[in-house]
Write a protein that binds this ligand. Structure first.
Ligand code: PLP
Length: 389
């Protein structure tokens, strides 16, 4: 198998598995227990909290462990809506993940107003339009993703935070696709809330984190036993939290050891080979502010669904549109928000690389794409002959 669907989920790093296994086997105690075994689990979650804080340049007490990106996002929206009822507006973009879009729909149901800041054709938010949309006294929250799951487009988070704060609004960023891929610093890009997810950064599914700045009040989504300092009740997922802590530690190490450059070179090599053979190929998204692992390719007139099947037959895993809604091939709301035609969207596939991929895999995938494109093109030609006859 050649797995090029890292933005859907990543393989768990063997070092992460090694770190978490003891907490599934011998160190299974409840971290709230006051006996020695409980203290072992508590120390492990405290250590993981420190690793997450280091990843974000935050303080450990600003980190809340959750079940993943979706919960973190929902918790922020619910908290802000509840604590600032007199400020009705939530500002998002049309390229957000469904976790934000659906949570925004609930915001509207709870009497709030959702304002969409437009994005340019390259997927970057229109900062002038954002500036015009943020209303002093009216906007409670600006919630804009740091990196897009489909295009890989990276948002100017520092500027977004400045615009929101100038109008007294809070800022949340869905950093699920950004965390672990490039360094994030909540001091230089001073967001108030940040959501991230373990399974996008080589930890298992079902664990995530939420950063809540010390400056801001927060009302928990889950209430009960008062874990996570009263901000997220429920017995902690200790193995998952330990895994996420290890993944954060490894991510920081890989920022400086050439891993990012290697993935970048692999992705560029893949794009170069495909482009050389299929010069009509286009890449969606801002070329200068794009995740180094992501390639959202449009091959005009080549049906992405057909291509996906041909690649799958050769054991090459990629995604058409956003993988969070797999099962059905539907038009991507992200591409629609960027003004891409439905016809081009239907010819678009996402390739997303990770650190365990090799240059050979990238080249094999490129050759497979080229061969599949020729095959689909020829079949299309045959069809038109049949129709003509
Ligand atoms: N936000 C983005 C940008 C994502 O890509 C995803 C998952 O695909 C999520 C949020 C949801 O995260 P989780 O799967 O951890 O709930």
């Amino acid at each position: 198998m050649i797995y090029l669907d890292a933005n859907a989920t990543t393989p768990v790093d063997p070092l992460v598995i090694d770190a978490m296994l003891p907490f599934l086997c011998e160190h299974y105690a409840n971290p709230s227990a006051s006996h020695a075994a409980g203290r072992v689990a508590r120390r492990a979650t405290d250590h993981a909290r420190g690793e997450l804080a280091a990843l974000l340049h935050a303080e450990p007490e600003e980190i809340i462990f959750t079940s993943g990106g979706t919960e973190s996002i929902n918790a922020v929206h619910a908290s802000v809506r509840s604590l600032w009822p007199k400020k009705p507006d939530l500002i998002i973009t049309g390229t957000e993940h469904p976790a934000v879009l659906e949570s925004a729909a609930r915001w509207r149901k709870c009497g709030g107003k959702v304002v969409h800041a437009p994005v340019h054709a390259d997927g970057r938010v229109d900062l002038d339009a954002l500036r015009a949309a943020v209303k002093s006294g009216g906007t409670a929250l600006v919630s804009i993703m740091w990196a897009n799951n489909e295009t890989g487009v990276i948002a100017p988070m520092h500027e977004i935070a400045a615009i929101a704060h100038a109008a007294g609004a809070l800022v949340h960023t869905d950093a699920v696709q950004a965390a672990g891929k490039f360094p994030l610093d909540v001091k230089t890009a001073p967001v108030d809330f940040l959501s991230l997810s373990g399974h996008k950064m080589h930890a298992p599914k079902g664990v995530g984190a939420l950063y809540v700045s010390r400056r801001v009040r927060f009302e928990p989504l889950l209430i009960g036993g008062g874990q996570e300092n009263g901000r997220r009740s429920g017995t902690e997922n200790v193995p998952g939290i330990v895994a996420l802590g290890k993944a954060a530690e490894l991510a920081r190490r890989h920022f400086d050891d050439g891993t990012k450059a290697r993935i970048h070179a692999m992705r560029d090599r893949f794009e170069h080979l495909v482009h050389a053979a299929l010069p009509d190929m286009r890449i969606h998204g801002c070329p200068t502010h794009r995740l180094h692992n992501t390639s959202l390719l449009c091959l005009p007139e080549i049906d992405a669904a057909g291509m996906l099947i041909l690649l799958d037959q050769q054991g090459i895993c990629v995604s058409a549109g956003s993988a969070c809604h797999t099962g059905t091939l539907h038009s991507s709301h992200t591409l629609e928000a960027m003004g891409v035609s439905a016809r081009d969207a239907a010819c678009t596939l996402r390739f997303s690389f990770h650190r365990f991929n090799t240059k050979d895999e990238a080249e094999t995938a490129a050759h497979a794409v080229i061969a599949a494109a020729h095959k689909l093109h020829a079949e299309k030609g045959d069809d038109s002959v049949v129709i003509t006859i």
